[in-house]
Design a protein around this ligand. Structure first.
Ligand SMILES: Cc1cc2nc3c(=O)[nH]c(=O)nc-3n(C[C@H](O)[C@H](O)[C@H](O)COP(=O)(O)OP(=O)(O)OC[C@H]3O[C@@H](n4cnc5c(N)ncnc54)[C@H](O)[C@@H]3O)c2cc1C
Length: 405
């Protein structure tokens, strides 16, 4: 058991950072907490930025993790518009861009991700989506008679496409792969999303090779110009691990943490998008760039830094909404899993559950599309790691609770 830290500094005032402050106070930690973030907004959740907020259907305040008064009420010192430029584990201090330093008893890193920048000429003309300001800039390009080109048919690209179509914008999506979301859901399920977007009037170009972004549109490698009033690039996110790496912490794609979310320095923890965790149920490292991880890991980190035995063992979970399609995904399919997909329900009607099975028929992941209350039912099957009968799994008359063992 470690001693209660004299103070806690949290770097990154997004969802994971704010939830860490909350979890510390819920765990009755009474020492000073400083939450430092480079954005000017109060900590907020990002999913609405590509959904209801982007469509103008919900106000920004609905996305705040806590109302403004919460920070003072809970004695959390919130330092917004403040960039941490270096960590000094040797003196247990963080250094801010203005040169000042802040000492810590324990440090939590929650620096999140930033959009991947496509290395093509004209990229400075394109918009990306990560922040409140980004969402406002993208929304300003929507409307009848406007033409939007989206580079990237992943979650962000498709959600922006759906939001833009809802507001009557003409949308072209350029995806280099043969299907949208191909690397996430695979070739059996990806056409569901291609059909969905085409049915809503999106000009979906698959296998598209983008060459340059020009003043009046996007030039493809074959010379065709796709005219655009605005271009959004959504080609993935990159975890912000520079601070951790430069401070000598162990990193490898993300910041390496144990099952208690502790980095290679025992006084420093990492949560949310950057945390590459030794997952106790999956039995391997995993880094998850999704809302639920940023929401839930902080309670484990807070308990651990206060000396508790907790480990983070929730299965990865995420959701997406596009037009009238809502989905949830639980579990994880490793790239080398050689997984196959089986389906319960109606794929063409977009009401189904897809299951990913490894060659030994062990359930790795499930995605429910326009069917609800599935994740909690299938989590025990994934966690058990024992074979399931695929015929019974795909039979809607068989309850999930009857599939164990
Ligand atoms: C548009 C959008 C839609 C999404 N939709 C979904 C969804 O539908 N479902 C889902 O599961 N997930 C979704 N996600 C992913 C989810 O939002 C992220 O996984 C989550 O935000 C991660 O939280 P975080 O706190 O780790 O990082 P972030 O939210 O990225 O917050 C990190 C914060 O740290 C700050 N920071 C970084 N470096 C420094 C520094 N040196 N000094 C000070 N501050 C710093 C950043 O400015 C930022 O404010 C979406 C993401 C985006 C961008």
């Amino acid at each position: 058991m470690s001693e209660t830290p004299s103070s806690v500094v949290i770097v990154g005032a997004g969802l994971a950072g704010a939830k860490t402050a909350e979890a510390l106070r819920k765990a009755d930690y009474t020492g000073p907490i400083t939450l430092i973030g480079s954005e000017s907004d109060l900590p907020y959740e990002r999913p609405p930025l590509s959904k209801s907020y982007l469509q103008g259907k919900s106000p920004f305040d609905d996305a705040l993790t806590h109302p403004e008064g919460w920070y003072a009420d809970n004695n959390v010192q919130l330092r917004l518009s403040s960039e941490v430029s270096a960590l000094h584990p040797d003196t247990a201090e963080v250094e801010l861009a203005d040169g000042t330093r802040e000492g810590y008893g324990a440090l939590v890193l929650a620096t999140g991700s930033e959009p991947v920048r496509l290395p093509i000429p004209g990229i400075e003309r394109a918009l990306t989506l990560r922040t409140h300001a980004d969402a406002d800039a993208i929304r300003a390009t929507f409307g009848s008679g406007r033409r939007l080109v989206i580079i990237g048919g992943g979650w962000i690209g498709l959600e922006v496409a759906a939001a833009a179509r809802e507001l009557d914008t003409a949308v072209t999506v350029l995806e280099s792969a043969k299907q949208p979301l191909l690397h996430v859901v695979g070739p059996d399920i990806a056409p569901v999303f291609a059909d969905l977007h085409r049915a809503h009037g999106v000009d979906l170009r698959l296998g598209a090779q983008v060459s340059t972004i020009e003043e009046d549109g996007v030039r493809l490698a074959d010379g065709e110009l796709i005219p655009a009033d605005a271009v959004v690039v959504g080609v993935g996110a990159r975890p912000r691990i520079d601070l951790a790496r430069d401070a000598g912490l162990a990193v490898d794609g993300g910041v390496l943490v144990d099952a208690q979310l502790r980095t290679s320095d025992p006084a420093i923890y990492a949560v949310g998008d950057i945390a590459d965790e030794e997952h106790s149920i999956l039995g391997r490292r995993i880094r998850v760039e999704h809302w639920a991880t940023a929401l839930n890991q902080p309670a484990t980190a807070a308990a651990a830094l206060l000396g508790g035995p907790d480990t983070y063992d929730r299965l990865p979970y995420f959701f997406s909404d596009q037009y009238d399609l809502g989905l949830e995904y639980v579990g994880d399919v490793p790239k080398d899993a050689d997984a196959r997909v089986v389906v319960r329900g109606d794929l063409a009607g977009r009401e189904f559950v897809a299951f990913w099975l490894d060659p030994g028929d062990r359930l790795l992941a499930a995605m429910n599309v326009n069917v609800w209350d599935v994740p909690d039912e299938v989590k025990p099957l994934i966690a058990a790691g024992t074979p399931v009968n695929p015929d019974r799994l795909t039979d809607p008359s068989v309850p999930y609770s009857a599939l164990g063992g």
